[in-house]
Design a protein around this ligand. Structure first.
Ligand code: SF4
Length: 376
């Protein structure tokens, strides 16, 4: 494995041809250089999707409903606040908020939601609205992305989820989400956010209509922006879950866990300027999540006390705090609760004792609903 910065041809060869164990080992070595010691971080967060009404019609999405369609919902701002307060009482430190592109919702609604959360759950970290939602609100209001981002910044938001990146290759996006923002727009909104001062994550949804070369292109576009802004704190890939989405007719099965490990490993090796790579126990299952910790990932993501996005794709899991701790420990690491800024939580250096095995089960309390991604 090369010790220098990978170029695209080298990265492609590694993704496609390297023996899995060698690829994982190389990524694990780099991860241990970047994060000496044996800790794996996680965050306790909640994700109350505020609306499933959407006009963007992504073919991979099982979550959304057209305006007026049966099952469409929009939470009132105070309802969002109530849900976040409930999660905060259960230990959540962060609210991750994303929703559909509802033509009835503009800047005023978003600001009311922020105010409702701050009133109901004082001190909780606001991790809100991915680039596609920023673009949607800007279009509804006739504002620039900068004006929308600045309005949220002025209300106290400091980080932004990197959802909606899918694959940053427009040929692929035309096939799976033709009405969604283009690759350059996603990157330009991230650039604008970073220049204001936001820290953000970046994501990738693979396993649909992309090629390995597209995955490499995606990673290199992220690396290039990160060289410029240093505004990304983490990269989070997950596989497309067919569920009952329109795309499931073309792509009926999800990518294999072994391919997930290849993606995690190549991401760690290419994104040498990203501080953190996140394993998705939620999206990929806890066994793949554990292995990802040996393939370059140093973070185990969020507990997601409420998550609707993957539920409609028949892929919802829930676990307990103890379950996450056990899963990390059984993978050979020391779990450490963190904030959204990846600072250790003083109150939970190694979390509470976890006597139970890692129980990950369907959460009967979440109403059925989406397929895209939880996007931490
Ligand atoms: S993924 Fe998001 S933008 Fe696309 S259809 Fe679903 S809710 Fe709408």
């Amino acid at each position: 494995m090369p010790a220098h910065r990978l170029n695209q041809a080298e990265a492609y060869n590694l993704l496609v041809r390297a023996p899995l164990i060698e690829l994982m080992s190389a990524a694990d070595r780099l991860r241990r250089e970047l994060h000496p010691g044996n800790e794996v971080t996680y965050v306790i967060d909640t994700n109350p999707n505020y609306t499933n009404v959407c006009i963007t019609d992504c073919t991979f999405c099982s979550f959304y409903r057209k305006p007026g369609q049966a099952g469409a919902y929009t939470l009132r701002p105070e309802q969002v606040g109530e849900r976040v307060a409930l999660a905060q009482a259960q230990g959540a430190t962060t609210v991750l908020l994303q929703g559909g592109h509802n033509p009835e919702l503009g800047l005023a609604y978003c600001l009311e939601v922020i105010d409702a959360i701050k009133a109901a759950a004082p001190g909780i970290h606001l991790h809100l609205f991915s680039p596609a939602e920023i673009d949607h609100v800007a279009k509804v209001e006739g504002l620039t992305w900068n004006e929308v981002l600045q309005a949220f910044w002025d209300r106290g938001q400091r980080t932004m989820p990197g959802g909606g990146a899918e694959i940053l290759v427009d040929r692929v996006r035309r096939g799976i989400s033709p009405k969604k923002i283009k690759s350059d727009t996603w990157l330009d909104i991230m650039l604008a956010a970073h220049e204001i001062g936001y820290k953000t994550s970046a994501t990738m949804t693979y396993g649909h209509r992309e090629s390995e070369q597209d995955i490499i292109e995606h990673l290199f576009r992220l690396r290039q922006l990160q060289d410029h802004t240093r505004g990304f704190y983490a990269f989070i890939p997950w596989s497309f879950k067919p569920g009952n989405s329109p795309l499931s007719r073309l792509v009926p099965t999800a990518a294999l866990p072994s391919y997930y490990l290849r993606v995690i490993a190549i991401a760690r090796l290419v994104l040498d300027n990203f501080p953190h790579i996140q394993a998705s126990w939620f999206g990929e299952g806890w066994r793949a999540g554990q292995l990802a910790l040996h393939a370059g990932a140093d973070d185990f993501g969020g507990l997601l006390l409420e998550e609707n996005v993957l539920y409609q794709a028949d892929h919802a899991f829930a676990t307990t705090h103890a379950g996450v701790l056990n899963t990390i420990r059984q993978a050979g690491f020391t779990p450490v609760q963190r904030t959204t800024f990846y600072e250790k939580c003083a109150s939970s250096q190694d979390g509470p004792a976890a006597a139970a095995p890692p129980v990950i089960k369907r959460n009967p309390g979440i109403p059925a609903q989406c397929a895209a991604s939880p996007a931490n």
